[in-house]
Design a protein around this ligand. Structure first.
Ligand code: ZN
Length: 269
């Protein structure tokens, strides 16, 4: 750890309707009542996520699918204008490891070209949809100019020498789906936890990363953590983190840049 202390990034994965289509394409039945929340995930709740970050004076990273970006160019533009980073989260949200070489490359290229042509923007890193990072993924990252991934579990960034990219891992408990969503069709069978319990789990995760001197990264989804029920958890966690010395909020590409510059101790846990 250096003088900037623990790096923190509140990342949001914006799956929206891509999640619905991707699951239906592999034959999973998605109940009708999930359609509206997932539509709002890339709409109203995306706006709330931006408002939450902007009002806190934070510039963070949102991983969006190429399809969501094509559907919501004004929202992407608003995020970029506010100084946030947009990262790659697949084009269609299909698991990358399940795709053919041609299909996976097409996901990268279509999204990269869209961001280049529509926003003049270079995507710098990614989180694999459903954490499905395939053997061909590093090659596709290199081909499209990405330098980091955030799909593995942990809190210490490290250089993946074989793939030639930085891995900025996340603690699995920081994924809001683990606690706040009941979705039996996707294997989430438990009753959603009380917000107080979720807040305690997140604080414990931060304490662990703080002690370890690692990076603290959330995997939040706008329709989950920006819902009326769980939004106070995000606000409370922000205040808790800000009560600590030696904490720096930054985007994921800034974390990757600090790693590349040798300013962050690397190592696996
Ligand atoms: Zn996702």
């Amino acid at each position: 750890m250096d003088q900037e202390g623990v790096r923190v990034c509140f990342t949001f994965d914006v799956d929206g309707l891509s999640l619905l289509s991707a699951k239906r394409r592999v034959g999973i039945r998605i109940p009708m009542e999930m359609e509206a929340p997932l539509r709002d995930d890339q709409g109203h709740f995306f706006d709330l996520a931006l408002a939450f970050l902007n009002s806190a004076g934070l510039r963070q990273t949102l991983f969006v699918t190429g399809k969501v970006a094509e559907d919501e160019p004004e929202r992407i533009e608003a995020a970029l204008q506010a100084g946030h980073e947009i990262g790659f989260h697949g084009y269609s949200h299909l698991p990358l490891a399940s795709l053919s070489a041609e299909e996976e490359l097409a996901e990268f290229l279509r999204t990269q070209r869209y961001f280049h042509d529509r926003f003049g923007y270079q995507l710098k890193g990614m989180r694999a949809p459903s954490y499905s990072f395939g053997p061909r993924t590093p090659g596709n990252m290199r081909q499209t100019g990405m330098t980091y991934d955030s799909s593995q579990a942990g809190c210490h960034p490290f250089f993946e020498a074989d793939g030639g990219y930085w891995e900025i891992p996340v603690l699995p408990e920081m994924d809001d789906w683990m606690h706040c969503i009941r979705f039996p069709e996707l294997g989430f069978n438990d009753t959603p936890k009380d917000p107080k319990e979720v807040a305690r789990i997140y604080r414990d995760c931060f304490d662990y990363c703080y002690r370890e001197g690692g990076c603290f990264v959330t995997v939040w989804h706008p329709f989950v953590t920006m819902s009326e029920r769980y939004r106070p958890v995000a606000t409370e966690l922000l205040a808790y983190i800000r009560s600590h010395a030696r904490v720096t909020f930054c985007t994921m590409s800034e974390i990757a840049g600090a790693c590349a510059a040798g300013r962050i101790t690397q190592g696996r846990i």
